[in-house]
Design a protein around this ligand. Structure first.
Ligand SMILES: [Zn+2]
Length: 295
């Protein structure tokens, strides 16, 4: 029996403290997404890669209430991918066509590029305490996600970034290894460090297998000789709740709410992020407005 491990992000400095390194193990998170959305292996590979980089982006957030969202809209077979997360690494996300399948590529790997598509954009919206959220967009390069984020970091954030991502799905449809290695040189990094990043990232063409076999801490120790790091748990969590939706219905007004119930028989509100349906019948609506003063 194996214990279910939490997903985690690990960060440290390498190469004479000139390069910031993040290693992520998102296996548990990807399994939660597979269960929530009944993802096909291909959908899991695309959404899993996206949520892994999104969790990394969340590590830039400082304030307690800071959050961000990532949208990849590439006109591929899987449709749009949306992920959001916050500074506590509460992550959620969905893909428009969770049951997407495509024939494997010539090398036998899942056709993530075909699932995501490359005719479109990657957009990051970051709410980090400023009155106006930061919005960054870049054109998709290949739909392979690692390359697309690399282009995004370069053009939108002016930060060259080496990224390796992987999601390995077993024959039973469950994720057996998912995560990534992300390296970002600090502004004063030497030419030597930059070259080292380029050489090193090539070792991680199957990072999901490495995650499965030696784990994120194994990667830090064995591949980077890292001895210390900071780590944080990364969770699936959606912020929707019946109470929140009751609040929205309440602000709609009783008359409006009841007229929907009259027309449709009930009010249904669907949360894409966690695949949950909330329904309210006439009695539920009455309850929401109970205690309100009648004028
Ligand atoms: Zn939700």
């Amino acid at each position: 029996m194996t214990m279910k491990k939490n997903s985690k992000i690990y960060k440290t400095l390498i190469y004479g403290d000139e390069v910031s390194l993040a290693v992520l193990d998102t296996t548990a998170l990807v399994n939660e997404l597979i269960n929530r959305h009944s993802l096909s292996p291909l959908a899991a590979a695309a959404l899993g890669r996206t949520v892994t980089v999104s969790a990394y982006l969340c590590s830039w957030l400082k304030g307690e209430d800071d959050g961000l969202s990532v949208t990849i809209d590439g006109d591929g077979a899987g449709g749009k991918i949306c992920v959001s997360g916050n500074s506590q690494f509460h992550m959620r996300g969905f893909i428009e066509h969770p049951d997407v399948t495509l024939p494997p590529r010539a090398d036998g790997k899942l056709d993530v590029g075909g699932c995501v598509g490359k005719n479109g954009t990657l957009t990051v919206i970051r709410e980090d305490g400023d009155s106006v959220p930061f919005v960054g967009t870049s054109e998709l390069v290949s739909g392979e996600i690692a390359e697309d984020f690399s282009a995004y970091f370069y053009t939108s954030e002016q930060r060259p970034t080496a990224i390796a991502l992987g999601v390995k799905i077993g024959t039973d449809g469950k994720c057996i290894g998912a995560g990534g290695v992300i390296m970002q040189p600090l502004p004063f990094a030497s030419e030597e460090s930059l070259e080292q990043i380029e050489r090193t990232i090539l070792q991680f063409s199957s990072v999901s297998t490495m995650i499965k076999e030696i784990g994120a801490e194994g990667i830090l120790r064995e591949k980077f000789s890292a001895r210390e790091w900071v780590d944080c748990d990364v969770h699936f969590q959606c912020h929707c709740s019946r109470e929140k939706i009751e609040g929205i219905l309440h602000s709609m007004g009783k008359e409006e709410a009841l007229s929907i119930v009259k027309e449709e028989g009930k009010i249904s509100v669907y949360c894409h992020y966690c695949n949950t349906d909330y329904t309210f019948d006439g009695k539920d609506v009455e309850k929401i407005f109970q205690g309100d003063k009648t004028e």
